[in-house]
Design a protein around this ligand. Structure first.
Ligand SMILES: [Ca+2]
Length: 294
């Protein structure tokens, strides 16, 4: 999952200047379509707000959410503009990180052993993933996942973002760019709806849920749809809180188990399952390498 995170994090560099213009254009269009913002929702968000309401979301909740966040105009163009930058997984093998991971494992040994017993995922592997995904919970993203996902979902309109797309994505590449943009925006819209549902089911304020640059949430860095599908309430407080270690670790182990992790597995089998968590071979190899040093 961090692969997507880094994939997206490499995407955006030079959109601030033109984004002002973009904002005005979207505002004007949306405001006129909604009789000067009669809903009280900031004009820039109106197309997305209306789509969500049409799909059954509660308008009053949405009004509060959209009034609290600004549109990040850089997200989607950046996503289309850059290729994934190789991640330096070697850094996770630094002695200071390994030693912090060992301390984390020692601190949480009892809990992780309980989870290992249920899902057969070794505590060292869980600890390693926590280290690589969020630096053991130190980095959970800078802003609300809602803002990130909503900003990407809003970019479903190619003509709206066209002025901010770099030349190499236009011209003879325009058809392909349109296809990618549509696909990514649709993906972001589904994840946005999953985030709203996850927050509702677990009595959380969506605005309080931090997300990575592409909207992954929690210590285990799940996309919201995976939080709904694989989330586990391990401490039995009737909510799946992926920012709380018992639930995050059990959810991670459940995900791996449901993707084929077994008590007895060879190296190739483990790599295959880890690729389902994050489709990057260096990532999967690093998870096992770190785990072997704990
Ligand atoms: Ca819980």
């Amino acid at each position: 999952m961090s692969e997507k995170k880094t994939f997206f994090s490499t995407f955006f560099t030079g959109f601030f200047i033109v984004s002002v213009l973009f904002g005005f254009m979207v505002n004007d269009t949306a405001a006129s379509a909604c009789h000067n913002g009669a809903t009280g929702v900031p004009a820039v968000w109106l197309p997305l707000f209306e789509r969500l309401v049409k799909d059954g979301e509660d308008p009053s909740d949405l009004k509060r959410l959209f009034s609290a966040v600004t549109f990040d105009k850089r997200v989607m163009p950046r996503k289309l503009k850059h290729k994934e930058r190789p991640v330096d997984y070697e850094k996770f093998l630094q002695p200071k990180r390994i030693s912090r991971a060992r301390a984390f494992l020692a601190r949480n040994r009892k809990l992780l052993e309980q989870i290992e017993k249920r899902y057969h995922v070794p505590k060292e592997v869980m600890t390693s993933i926590f280290l690589i995904e969020t630096d053991l919970g130190r980095y959970l993203g800078a802003g609300p996942a809602f803002r990130i996902l909503a900003s990407m979902a809003l970019a479903s309109d190619f003509d709206a973002v066209r002025p901010w797309l770099p030349d190499e994505l236009l011209g003879r590449n325009e058809l392909e760019t349109r296809r990618k943009l549509r696909k990514k925006a649709q993906w972001a819209y589904s994840e946005l709806r999953a985030l709203i549902e996850y927050a509702r089911e677990n009595h959380m304020d969506p605005l309080a849920i931090k997300g990575s640059i592409f909207g992954a949430i929690g210590l285990c860095q799940f996309m919201p749809s995976n939080a709904l599908r694989f989330g586990i309430d391990f401490d039995n407080d009737e909510r799946v809180d992926l920012f709380h270690l018992p639930d995050a670790a059990a959810s991670m182990a459940n995900y791996l188990s449901r993707h084929g992790w077994k008590r007895e597995m060879n190296h190739t089998g483990k790599i295959r399952v880890l690729l389902s968590y994050n489709y990057s071979r260096p990532y999967a190899k690093s998870v096992l390498e770190v785990a072997s040093r704990l």
